[in-house]
Design a protein around this ligand. Structure first.
Ligand code: THU
Length: 130
């Protein structure tokens, strides 16, 4: 199963009754393991979480921290990119060269390195703007 297939499968389990916008995410780690997530909305809207956030939580709960590849998918006219918060969450566990593939259900894909999506990601220990 490809990372895209895994993201598509996760998307099917999205809980998105408020926005009607289901998202799936899949991460591959250095070990080769794949972790998936979907968006989980809530009646109290701000309590909802993104697909990427769910996949990151599953990865960390399994004892892994080293993301080497990311894929997100939605049924949108063009690929969606991760929200700002999720870019920062990804940057906690993925370097700037990690490829992020953004896909639609209809088969369009765009891939960009995380560093292009979030230049100058915040780090609590920063030695310079490198
Ligand atoms: N959403 C994600 O799951 N990932 C993103 O990168 C962007 C947005 C979700 C949040 C919300 O449940 C729905 O898409 C509409 O914003």
């Amino acid at each position: 199963m490809t990372l895209l297939d895994a993201a598509v499968a996760a998307r099917r389990n999205a809980h998105a009754p408020y926005s009607g916008f289901a998202v799936g995410a899949a991460l591959r780690t250095a070990s080769g393991a794949v972790f998936i997530g979907c968006n989980v909305e809530n009646a109290a809207y701000p309590e909802g979480s993104c697909a990427e956030t769910g996949a990151i939580a599953a990865m960390v709960a399994a004892g892994e921290r080293d993301i080497v590849e990311v894929c997100i998918v939605a049924d949108s006219p063009a690929p969606i990119s991760p929200c700002g918060g999720c870019r920062q969450r990804l940057a906690e566990f993925a370097g700037p060269d990690v490829p992020v593939t953004m896909a639609t259900l209809s088969g369009q894909t765009v891939t960009a390195p995380l560093g292009d999506l979030l230049p100058l990601a915040f780090r609590s220990v920063r030695t310079g703007f490198d």
